[in-house]
Every structure is written in structure tokens, then in C-alpha cells.
Design a protein around this ligand. Structure first.
Ligand code: NAP
Length: 217
């Protein structure tokens, strides 16, 4: 039975990953920040991506030989222009969105099998090449930094034949995306799962959307 760790699974895209992989017969380990979450048949673990000790403790409860790690946890803030960006919130976004997934990768990597995969939820808003709209300093910078970390991780993990990908889920109807978003969470995750299934060691260090289209860094 294939197995997956979903980091940040309490709701939205993370929770849908848990549901779909569970329905597909995978063994699912799901981290949440709160306690008492019921995520179907998944093994629920407690971890905050800003607390490395909590990640290490959660990883200790996961067996070796996991096939896939999904780094999903993330936050957003609508911070306007440079004059209105709140520095405390800005720092928090950098910590949760950029540092957090890399700390989670470090904690769970010893459980990942050689030849496995790491998929992280990035965003087109993290693309420097495609930034024509401006605004959203905190979120854009946090996801761009995440992308830089993922590309570096892909190079480091070549020796273990582990594929690493930054993925854009679309503009998705979740608490973060809002009700006016374009894509249902089920459609997004179905697409992301197909993209993840197509990752391979020779196709690592990629930035793709949920339809499999390559995105500019
Ligand atoms: N929705 C979109 O349109 C969209 C577009 C592009 C990229 N994304 C990315 O996709 C990912 C999932 O987004 P979503 O729309 O599903 O958002 P969401 O509904 O707001 O869910 C975010 C998830 O991240 C968790 N989380 C937040 N801070 C955390 C922390 N410090 N430690 C551990 N978990 C934490 C939340 O857990 P709690 O319940 O504990 O807060 C929640 O499970 C994010 O990385 C987001 O940036 C989303």
C-alpha cells in the first residue's frame, strides 16, 4: 500500500488530499495544529511548521519507507502596497510559507524512501517571472523563497533519486481562496495528484500547475 504524509491537513486543499488518497487506498499520515481532528482513516499527528520540535515528534510516529510528502501548510494576508505592509505579519508569512515547509521536509525526509517524492504547495504569485500585477509583498516573497528552497532541495536529493516539485493548485475555493475562486477543491486536488504521479527523479526541481503546465520561476 503506498503511503503519504500531508503536512497541514485540517482543511482546504490539505484535507482534500487526505480524503482522495485515503479513498484511493493509500496509507495517510496527516498533520494538524489542533487536537481531536477526525480525518477519516488517516493517522492524525500534531505539528506546527513553525515549531521544529513538533515536526520531529510527528515524524517519529511515521514508519520508514513513505512514498510521498506533501507540504501544504500556508497562510496569506492582503497587505496592499509597501507603505501598508505590516512587518510582523510579513515575517510570519516568511516563516510559515518559506521556512516552515523546508523544516517539515527536514523532519520527514528520514521517513521518505529513496525514489520517493516531495510536493509543496506554492503559487503563481511566487513566480518572479510572471509577476505583472504587483502587490501582495508578503505572500509573493514567501512563495518565491519557498520555490528557491525547493529547487535547492531537488538538487540535494538527486543522490537519493527523490523528485521535488513546487505546485500551483489554481485559485481554489477554500478558506484562503474564498468563495469567488475559480476551481473546486476536488478538481484541484485530482489534478495535483495526477501531476504528482507523473513526477520522477529525472523530472525534479519543477514548478507546475494543477493541470501539469510548467510555470516560470
Ligand atoms: N486556495 C488557493 O487559491 C491557493 C492558491 C495558491 C496556493 N495555495 C496554497 O495551497 C496551500 C493550501 O491552501 P488552502 O487554500 O487549502 O488554505 P487554507 O484553507 O487556509 O488551509 C491552510 C492549511 O494550512 C494550515 N496551516 C497554517 N499555518 C500552519 C502552521 N503554522 N503549521 C501547520 N499548518 C498550518 C492550516 O491549519 P490550521 O487549521 O491549523 O490553521 C490549514 O490546514 C497553501 O500553502 C496555499 O498558500 C492556495
Amino acid at each position: 500500500m503506498p503511503s503519504v504524509v500531508v503536512v497541514g491537513a485540517s482543511r482546504g486543499i490539505g484535507r482534500e488530499f487526505v480524503r482522495q488518497y485515503g479513498d484511493a487506498g493509500w496509507q495517510v499520515f496527516a498533520t494538524v495544529r489542533g487536537a481531536g481532528d477526525d480525518l477519516g482513516g488517516a493517522t492524525v499527528l500534531s505539528a506546527d511548521v513553525t515549531d521544529e520540535a513538533s515536526l520531529v515528534a510527528a515524524a517519529a510516529a511515521v514508519p520508514e519507507g513513505i512514498d510521498l510528502i506533501i507540504l501544504n501548510a500556508g497562510i496569506n494576508v492582503h497587505d496592499g502596497g509597501l507603505t501598508t505592509v505590516d512587518a510582523t505579519k510579513w515575517t510570519e508569512l516568511m516563516t510559515v510559507n518559506a521556512l516552515g515547509p523546508l523544516l517539515a521536509a527536514r523532519a520527514f525526509l528520514p521517513r521518505l524512501k529513496d525514489g520517493g517524492a516531495i510536493a509543496a504547495l506554492s503559487s503563481t504569485l511566487g513566480s518572479i517571472g510572471a509577476n505583472s500585477g504587483g502587490g501582495l509583498y508578503s505572500y509573493r516573497m514567501s512563495k518565491a523563497a519557498l520555490n528557491a528552497g525547493l529547487k535547492t532541495l531537488a538538487i540535494e536529493l538527486k543522490r537519493r533519486h527523490i523528485a521535488v516539485a513546487a505546485l500551483h493548485p489554481g485559485w481554489v475555493k477554500t478558506e484562503m481562496g474564498g468563495a469567488g475562486a475559480e476551481v473546486d477543491v476536488g478538481e484541484s486536488v485530482t489534478g495535483l495528484r495526477a501531476v504528482i504521479a507523473g513526477l520522477a527523479p529525472e523530472r525534479s526541481g519543477v514548478f507546475l500547475d494543477y493541470r501539469g503546465n510548467a510555470l516560470p520561476w
